[in-house]
Design a protein around this ligand. Sequence first.
Ligand code: NAD
Length: 253
Amino acid sequence: MRVQDKSIIVTGAGGGIGEGIAKRLAAEGAKVIVNDINTIAGEKVVADIVACGGTASFFAADVSKSDQVQALVAAAVQRYGRLDVMVNNAGWTHRNRPALEVSEDEFDRCYAINVKSIYLATVHATPVFRAQGGGSFINIASTAGVRPRPGLTWYNGSKGAVIITSKSLAAELGPDNIRVNCLNPVFNPDTGLAAEFAGGPLTEERKTKFRATIPLGRFSSALDVANAALYLASDEAAFISGVCIEVDGARCV
Ligand SMILES: NC(=O)c1ccc[n+]([C@@H]2O[C@H](COP(=O)([O-])OP(=O)(O)OC[C@H]3O[C@@H](n4cnc5c(N)ncnc54)[C@H](O)[C@@H]3O)[C@@H](O)[C@H]2O)c1
């Protein structure tokens, strides 16, 4: 068991990549707080984990609201005695379209869920990590944050912010034995955001065009990202901080 008894929060774990991360970590012995704004979906993920013999519980919270993130962190400590890892996965994008057509409300929502959430997780979890003598943040960024394409400009920018913020925090919090790392997944067609990224229904033509830009010849899966998260959450990564692991099949353009 690679993360035996570690207390781990996974935000946005009611579906998609977060669900995959929560299940993989639980299968390796973690006690997982499944967070989401969607209670039905989150409870279902918890039930699946428990049915497989794992330990998990649900906590509803909006990652863009300070009081709710504070309560989420407190719940992990109250339920599992400590907090070892916080996986900031919850994310949102405006639909793929020209930058000038994205509304101010969509921009604000994108930055609230993708970037302010990192600020709030840092503010509320860092004191717990410091008191314990260490901890680890894993922030789900995106290939979009390093190799942007047209149509997702504000989303791309938000993920660029996640990446550089994570590197800065790694430098700042390292002396407290707090590690901060990122994962950059490439497109995953089996998630809730897929049609938004694609700018419409995922036709075979769209998929084929996109897949052709990934040298390993397929899209990412939640398991691909979860396996990388498992490594970063484990003690195997004790000296790894400030890195951004590309989970993108070598996407080059
Ligand atoms: N799917 C992809 O192709 C892809 C690629 C690169 C990066 N990512 C990133 O991976 C992460 C997960 O995305 P996904 O594709 O699995 O999306 P998804 O929509 O399938 O899952 C996101 C989950 O987050 C929850 N959520 C949304 N807003 C929330 C909030 N304010 N507070 C708490 N939970 C909230 C949703 O209810 C949902 O269950 C995101 O950060 C996304 O930007 C996704």
